[in-house]
Design a protein around this ligand. Structure first.
Ligand code: ZN
Length: 158
């Protein structure tokens, strides 16, 4: 089996859209980013790439490239999932942490979990999501951390 860890940080700013795990979350503030700033999908993508030692999201999709501007982060995740499968692995479990002071994410847990389940083709009980605040230490920060466990294709299908 393989394990991968990834993390991602963006600065929050007024008037930007907040999207986490592919789910739009009502908020007066959102991340400043070259892409859509979906920190959870970025951390997850890096975790997948790390698990197969394939560098990171910045190497695959440079943020200096104009074609990556405003890009839907689902494309980054799908590219990493393809690379995982090509190397003979599949995602078995995901565990992620999001650190954000405002807005509170608790009410959106189910929607984020369901969207990740769909994107990763996983049952809900293998997607752990922990929501934390910075306790006011970093009110402008959005941070996501993700760990993935990969199993060889065809193994542990239950
Ligand atoms: Zn990011």
């Amino acid at each position: 089996m393989r394990i991968g860890y990834g993390e991602d940080t963006h600065r929050m700013a007024e008037g930007k859209k907040l999207v986490l795990g592919g789910v739009a979350i009502p908020s007066p503030r959102g991340p400043l980013a070259h892409s859509d700033g979906d920190a959870l999908l970025h951390a997850l993508t890096d975790a997948l790439l790390s698990a197969i030692a394939l560098g990171d999201i910045g190497a695959l999709f440079p943020d200096t490239a104009p074609e990556n501007a405003g890009r839907n982060s689902r494309e980054f995740l799908e590219a990493a999932l393809r690379a995982v499968r090509e190397r003979g692995y599949r995602v078995f479990q995901v565990s992620a942490v999001i650190v954000l002071d405002r807005p509170k994410l608790g009410p959106h847990r189910g929607a984020i979990q369901e969207n990740l389940a769909r994107l990763l083709d996983l049952p809900l009980d293998r997607i752990g999501l922990t929501f934390k605040t910075s306790e006011g230490l970093a009110p402008e920060h959005l941070q996501a951390r993700a760990t993935v466990l990969l199993l060889p294709l065809g193994q542990g299908e239950a």
